[in-house]
Design a protein around this ligand. Sequence first.
Ligand code: ATP
Ligand code: MG
Ligand code: MG
Ligand code: MG
Length: 439
Amino acid sequence: MRLSRYFLPVLKENPAEAQIVSHRLMLRAGMIKQQSAGIYSWLPLGFKVLRKIENIVHDEQIRAGHIPMQMPTLQSADLWRESGRYDAYGPEMLRMKDRQDRDMLFSPTAEEMFTDVFRANISSYKDLPLTLYQIQWKFRDEMRPRFGVMRGREFYMKDGYNFDLTKEDALHAYNRHLVSYLRTYERMGLQAIPMRADSGPIGGDDTHEFLVLAETGESEVFYDAQITDLTFGDREIDYDNREQCQAVLEEFTSRYARTDETHDEAIFNEVPEERRRVARGIEVGQIFYFGTKYSEAMGATVADAEGNKVPVHMGSHGIGVSRLLGAIIEASHDDKGIIWPEGVTPFHVGIVNLKQGDDEADAACESLYKELTAAGLDPLYDDRNERAGGKFATMDLIGLPWRITVGPRGLKNGVVEVTSRRTGESEEMAPADAVQRIK
Ligand code: ATP
Ligand code: MG
Ligand code: MG
Ligand code: MG
C-alpha cells in the first residue's frame, strides 16, 4: 500500500475523551471513529488488525476441530423465551419490534440460536461430538461503555458451542477450548492467564476467564507469580488426545489465579507470600461448561446407544475479538505509539522515503516495495511529500515492527537503514539484505 493512496486519518492532538492509552492510540492512529457511545466505525487500519486477529482465532479454532458458521445478529424473542433468558437478561439486551409488532433483539450471545440449529438437525449420538462457532457482532447495552473498543456496546466476538453426549465428553471440549485459547493469545503476542471465574448469566459450574495483566484492566486479579512463567510455546498437541488436553489444563490452572468474583483469601494465603500478586487484568475470553441447562429447556436431545433420548451436554466459549485490539495495545506500546506484535501487525514494514521526488530515492523505494511484496510481505510505503520528522512520527504511531528508511545520502553508499520499532535499534545494509532481514 502507498500511503498517498491509503486512508489513514491520523490525529496530531490527543483526543480528550480517551482515558486510557489504547483508546487514545487507536483514535490517533486513525483506526476507529466513534459513532455513538460504544459504537465504532472501523477505519482501514483498525479493520486490517481486526481481520488479522479474527484470522488467528479462526485458524486455531479450526485446528482444534471446531466448525465455523454464522448466525444472524437479529433474533426472535421467542427463542429466548424458551430458555427463560428473555426476561432474565435485563437492560443489557437491546430489544426492538419489527413492523409486525414481533419482539426482536440484537444478539448479546447465542446459546439459544446454536441450540436451536442443533436440535433441528441432530438426533443421534452418532453425530457427536460437535462444536460449532461463529465470529459475529454482538450488542450489549453496557451501563458504562468506555475505553474505546475495550467496552463497546457493539463488539466483535467469537462464540463457540460444544454439544456432547456425556459430561466427560463435554469436559474434553472444555479442555480443547482452553488449549486452543492459550495458542490463540500467544500468537497475538499476549500472555492471557486462565483464572477461575464466576459464570454470571450464562450459568454453570466450570468456567475460566482469560486475563491479560494490565493496570487499566477492569478486573481485580489475585495470582501466584509462578503462573506468569508458563508458556504454551510451539509444543505439538493432539486435540483428540484427552490425557494430553487434560494435562495442559492441569498445568495452567493448578496454581492460584482468580478474579475478585471467586477470590478466596484463605486459599490465597497458602501461596508463599513472595509469590502472591494482586493486580488488574483485562478479560479477553471465557470458557464455560454448563451441562444440560439449555438442552433441557429447549429440548436438544439425542438418542444414545440404547435408544434413550437424552439431553446433550453443552458449553460455550467466547473470545473478545474487538477487545483484543485494545488489550494488545495496552500490553505493547511506548510514548511514541503502538508496537504491534508480528502476528497481528497491519503491515509488516514501513518504507520511508526521505526525499520524495529524488529519482534515485524514488526508484530505490519502488524496487524495495516490489521485492518486499514478492517476498510475501505487506509493506506500507510513505510516498507523501512530507518532512522526514512527520513521516517517522506516523510510522512510530502506527507501530509497524520494521521501518526501512531510504535517502539519497545512504544510497550513495549503497545502503538503507533498517529500524526495529520495538528496540529502536537501526542498522545500515544493502536493500537486498533489508528484504532478507525482515522476511
Ligand atoms: P465483561 O466482564 O468484561 O463485561 P463478560 O464476562 O460480560 O465481559 P462474556 O459473556 O464472557 O463477557 O463474553 C466473552 C468475551 O467477550 C469477554 O471475555 C470479552 O473479552 C468480550 N466482551 C464482553 N463484553 C464486551 C464489551 N462490552 N466490549 C468488548 N468486548 C466484550
Ligand atoms: Mg459483561
Ligand atoms: Mg466478565
Ligand atoms: Mg465473561
